[in-house]
Design a protein around this ligand. Structure first.
Ligand SMILES: [Zn+2]
Ligand SMILES: [Zn+2]
Ligand SMILES: [Zn+2]
Ligand SMILES: [Zn+2]
Ligand SMILES: [Zn+2]
Ligand SMILES: [Zn+2]
Length: 444
């Protein structure tokens, strides 16, 4: 799953969040889910700060917060840090508590995690599958750590995040593979699989990316399949946080009553800052909100049904079962708190296998925000406290880097060069050599 065209269900984070993970996911081209590391990456950038010549020099000078009239482009300074932090946060937003060395198999608290499926490993035949006559192979999903360790170099499909899933790596579905991280037996009966595990998406059953068709893709918050925007039968509403595809709306057609009653309405908005603020406020008061939304036992759905049933265009199928006209829905952040929680409705959700729809934290937008927050808190704790001089030096360092990079690129352009790994290594050497000189000069 990759490319700029992929869009998670929360439009709110689309700008900041999807681009960096895009570059990460694009690395899949060489058949490795070469995920940028979350915490390690942050640690790295802090380590650099700790040991960098600039920092050492600062310590020698002392911590006095001296006034200086040197012009400092603080905006540049802040932007660069902000960019780095945002990138790390984005990656962590996706990866949550998954790490590259531990299979998530035993993690019972894991509600959502990024998954992969392997196109290289040989799978056993699924004897229980309805189309097993055709020798249907087992579908299997593997966690991030297993993708990195047990399936390194294999042809992997990135499935983005899915809920309530146990890693299948090396279990009875696999013909030969043994998991290097955690040996498993049998199957994971409660895992849910769809055609994404075969590398296919949407009602059109196309792979992603696809040479013949390119369109923005949106993930359904219920079935977690991905859909081309133009293959959904309703246009996105600006600022939506969750999307439900038409076949899920058809299956859960009680949702139509909430929609027709205006219960899922929200203000259209495409201002990122406003949406971010909204998400933040919503998540920070989540426990409160959930407790407030708990049920009295009068059924809201019954009320809405009696109010609207007559106005709905009801169709009957060959079995006489009623169905309403259903389209894909775009929903606000708090839609899961707006639906009825009476015992009858809870049973209805359970019967449809969607108990999670009363839980806002199950939504990708919120999962993502909460992971990001954990990381920014960690970064904040580790961020060195800069004094004025250190700030100036850091800004100078960044300016120096930009100048050198500019020179380097210009040089490549003028010589019509494709940039090779050696060129980059050379550039780095020059950069650090110059930096050392600068430091020596300053200290001397
Ligand atoms: Zn695993
Ligand atoms: Zn494999
Ligand atoms: Zn494994
Ligand atoms: Zn499609
Ligand atoms: Zn769906
Ligand atoms: Zn109810």
């Amino acid at each position: 799953m990759n490319s700029e065209n992929i869009q998670q269900e929360n439009c709110t984070d689309e700008e900041s969040s999807m681009k960096p993970s895009t570059s990460k996911l694009n690395d899949n081209d060489d058949a490795e889910p070469k995920a940028t590391k979350t915490d390690a990456e942050i640690d790295d950038c802090n380590d650099q700060t700790e040991s960098s010549p600039v920092k050492r020099k600062c310590n020698e000078i002392g911590q006095d917060d001296e006034e200086s009239d040197t012009e400092v482009d603080f905006e540049t300074l802040c932007c660069s840090w902000k960019e780095q932090i945002e990138q790390a946060e984005t990656v962590s937003g996706m990866f949550g508590s998954s790490d590259e060395n531990n299979c998530t198999y035993l993690d019972d608290d894991l509600t959502r995690q990024p998954l992969y499926s392997c196109n290289t490993c040989e799978m056993n035949i699924d004897a229980t599958s309805s189309d097993s006559k055709d020798g249907q192979k087992y579908l299997a999903g593997i966690c991030y750590a297993c993708a990195e360790n047990c399936h390194k170099g294999h042809d992997l499909f990135e499935l983005y995040t899915k809920r309530n899933f146990r890693c299948d790596c090396g279990n009875a579905k696999f013909a030969n593979l043994k998991c290097k991280l955690f040996e498993k037996i049998g199957h994971n009966e409660s895992n849910k699989y769809n055609h994404n595990f075969k590398g296919l998406y949407c009602i059109c059953e196309l792979p992603y990316p696809c040479d013949t068709f390119d369109d923005t893709m949106l993930q359904c918050g219920i079935c977690e399949d991905w859909f081309h925007q133009s293959h959904l039968d309703a246009e996105p509403i600006k600022g939506y946080s969750d999307m439900i595809c038409m076949s899920c709306v058809r299956r859960l057609n009680f949702l139509v009553f909430y929609q027709i009653d205006g219960r899922f309405n929200f203000n259209e908005c495409d201002d990122k800052e406003t949406l971010d603020k909204e998400l933040e406020q919503f998540c920070d008061n989540l426990t409160d909100r959930i407790s407030k939304s708990s049920s009295n036992d009068e059924c809201l759905l019954d009320v809405l049904k009696s109010k609207h049933e007559s106005s709905l265009a009801v169709k009957y199928d060959e079995n006489g079962a009623a169905s309403y006209e259903c389209h894909a829905m775009y929903l606000p952040l708090d839609w899961r708190l707006r639906i009825c929680r009476c015992s009858k409705c809870l049973k209805l959700y359970e019967d449809n296998g969607v108990e999670f729809i009363t839980n806002p934290s199950d939504m990708f937008a919120i999962y993502f925000y909460q992971n990001q927050k954990k990381v920014s808190e960690k970064v904040e704790k580790q961020m060195p406290k800069w004094n004025r001089i250190q700030e100036i030096e850091l800004a100078e360092g960044i300016e120096h880097f930009k100048r050198e990079l500019g020179k380097f690129l210009k040089h490549c352009q003028e010589n019509c060069k494709t940039i090779s790994a050696e060129d980059v290594a050379e550039f780095k050497r020059n950069l650090y050599a110059n930096k050392r000189q600068r430091v020596q000069y300053f200290c001397g």
